[in-house]
Design a protein around this ligand. Sequence first.
Ligand code: AMP
Ligand code: GLY
Length: 420
Amino acid sequence: MKVLVVGGGGREHAIIKKIKENKNVEEIFALPGNGGIAADATCVNIGAKDISAITDFAVENKIDFAVVAPDDPLVLGAVDSLNEAGIKTFGPNKAAAIIEGSKVFSKNLMKKYNIPTAEYEVFTDMDAALAYLDTAPIPTVIKADGLALGKGVIIATEREEAKNAVRSMMEDKIFGDSGNNIVIEEFLEGPEVSVLSFTDGKTVVPMISSMDHKRAKDNDMGLNTGGMGTVAPNPYYTDDIAAECMEKIFLPTIDAMNKEGRSFSGCLYFGLMLTKNGPKVIEYNCRFGDPETQVVLPLLESDLLDIMLAIWDKKLENAEVKFSDKSACCVVMASDGYPEKYNTGFEITMPQDKNIFVAGAKIEDGILKTSGGRVLGVTEVSDTLENAISAAYETVKSVSFENAYYRNDIGKKALMAEVK
Ligand code: AMP
Ligand code: GLY
């Protein structure tokens, strides 16, 4: 089989390495991939948002199966375009990808179908939003409606800060049209859990739970990033909570999307907060999480491509989806300064026999060099979470590039939960 993966980050590298384990795979193309992915796939310089070029490539190269990994092409309709051209695909169509593409849509969906989430109001008018903030409970959370590179959420601890966030989104348009509409919602507290799930629109199979570390600095300080590291499983996510989530969140969401005529097929990501009033949805993503995928897939014992093919056939109920009972930790090595300004172009040296997923690197004159904010995800799997964490940090020591930055406390919070 010839497989195509759209995207070019650490998540895509993890997907590609896993798909490569399938014996029927002859060749994998990554569009655009990156300098590190090039060791595992044929990288083709077509951007992940260039849907017509992606579709033409798939047809010309007789691709048997395509995986669309990032949010942008999914929300723009890459799956629709590939399907229309006769290519079997993993990922939701445009109508279903709106669950991530519009926060107003997803909040209204949850309200309509009684899926637990933070209380909220939607605003299309800035003055109405500012007036609401005069009396809204503080802290409060302001969210741009559309995609904003993971930066469209502002948690304001003061009233004036909340108003400035609204002005920057609705007046200054810092997120472009994504800020035309905004959601202002209740501030929730509790441990966060990421649950990625496989679904064909009929059956939903949650993957092993994980915990992201979104802030740039240790102890959850600093700016929000795409994610600085992950562990799996997430010890806060007990069997009882998992059963509650299945009943109150996962199944009702699949059902709600079907009732709306937007049946979801692919990986549906539930971003949950375990509040004292029960688990609530913080966000949905229409795709694998990054860097959650870098700890979840190394623990998947079943064949990823077989699961994806079963989803295409709408036979997920018959597929084997089995996870190891081990633990995994991924430490993201970034360019110092990320998520703001940083320098790139530094040579990377790293061991070849380790689970290192490359996110931001290019090959120049035959040398692997840094090219992005998040550069690598170093993953280790071990019998216990504690061992996985120390093994990951041990491997980090064997990687080097100038200006490397990483958090020193990935998994620390999870270990505290285990002690309780
Ligand atoms: P998102 O971009 O939706 O993943 O949000 C980024 C982060 O903001 C989340 O991972 C949470 O830590 C935080 N967040 C989002 N919504 C809320 C909320 N209603 N209450 C508290 N924190 C939130
Ligand atoms: N790690 C969070 C996300 O993929 O959105």
